[in-house]
Design a protein around this ligand. Structure first.
Ligand SMILES: [Mn+2]
Length: 356
């Protein structure tokens, strides 16, 4: 090995000069300087300070918000394990170390839109499913009226139905769903028709999603016989064993052919991911997706017209080391990048996030 020449030494020393908050990429560098000037908590001590989604500013005035990050601590109607109402809190904690710059795309949602943590939905009767569903629907109708793009963290999957009916403006949107269960069971379960076994059947009946622009991916396990409605209604349902053969690129071809150029919603049930990666979910199912496959599917949807997204069924009592919340937060940042880019493409306007 050749000795270090004086010239090589000097060059390395010169390159090592500078500040921690600095980037050779001019756009990232401008963002970092702005963060510092606004005293944004983005790079503050990760164990201290307020817990907001991805360190976004906390805002209550919806006129100041383009992309709302909202917690839905709702678990009434969850049929198996308890604790999904703790999902938003755990997600916030782990999201503190996710973002703010997409490591591959260099996308910075905070440079594109006014992104804010608007807090958790507060429920007057948190154990009454019908009233919670109504509260969620009203909240999301408000977002629709203000043109806000929502990213939601749950909470039991039941929440996606009132999110979709709240966002609906006449014509049903498309749906991409990654989940071990299609959630389109007929009839009532445990005495209720508002539950996480028939989320998307309810959303189709309410014309909030179009069955023919719905694609459901990753179904498996003992509940598989209960999803006949999906196929019969015209949805594309791809059980997990078909995903093994299709692979990520085959799945993305299917997604693009079902969804096309039109608007769609994305729902990620944490149980779509194999429980060896993500144990902290309400009803884990073996033989699911790897985390790497899910991130590739999400990234593959870049450029499509995504109008909202959620991550559901995170169940922190079964996630004692935070591994599941960490994965959920990392995938959530990917989804926020997609949502921000699509919102700008739809509206043609940008507005930076400000922390002060
Ligand atoms: Mn589900």
């Amino acid at each position: 090995m050749a000795a270090f020449s004086e010239e090589k030494r000097a060059r390395l020393r010169a390159l090592a000069e500078g500040e921690f908050l600095q980037s050779s990429d001019p756009a990232i560098d401008a963002f970092l300087q702005r963060m510092e000037a606004e005293n944004a908590p983005v790079f503050s001590d990760v164990y201290a300070g307020d817990m907001t989604f991805f360190n976004a500013p906390r805002k209550n005035d919806l006129d100041q918000v383009d992309l709302a990050l909202v917690g839905i601590p709702f678990e009434a109607s969850a049929p198996v394990r308890a604790g999904t109402r703790l999902g938003p809190r755990s997600f916030r904690e782990w999201s503190k170390v996710r973002g703010p710059v997409h490591d591959v795309w260099k996308t910075i949602p905070f440079e594109l839109l006014s992104v804010a943590d608007i807090g958790d939905i507060s429920f007057e009767s948190p154990h009454d499913v019908a009233s919670c569903v109504q509260t969620i629907q009203e909240t999301f109708s408000g977002f629709r009226r203000k043109g806000i793009t929502p990213f939601s963290v749950g909470g039991v999957h039941t929440m996606s139905h009132p999110i979709l009916t709240g966002l609906a403006s006449g014509e049903g949107v498309g749906l991409v769903q990654i989940d071990a269960h299609a959630d389109t069971a007929r009839g009532s379960f445990q005495g209720d028709r508002l539950n996480d076994c028939r989320v998307f059947l309810n959303a189709m009946l309410d014309e909030a999603i179009d069955p023919e622009r719905t694609i459901q991916i990753g179904m498996r396990g003992s509940l598989s016989p209960y999803w006949d409605f999906s196929k019969e209604a015209g949805a594309r349902i791809i059980p997990m064993h078909e995903c093994y053969d299709l692979g990520v690129s085959g799945l993305l071809d299917e997604i693009r052919s079902v969804i096309g150029d039109g608007p769609f919603y994305f729902s990620l049930d944490t149980d779509g991911i194999d429980a060896t990666y993500l144990p902290g979910t309400q009803l884990p199912e073996p033989f699911g997706f790897t985390t790497r496959e899910v991130v590739q599917i999400i990234r593959g949807m870049r450029g499509m017209d995504i109008v909202g997204a959620d991550i559901v069924e995170l169940c922190p009592p079964y996630d004692p080391n935070g591994i599941s919340a960490n994965i959920a937060a990392a995938l959530g940042f990917e989804m926020v990048c997609l949502l921000a880019e699509a919102h700008v493409a739809r509206n043609g306007q940008t507005r930076k996030t400000h922390w002060r």
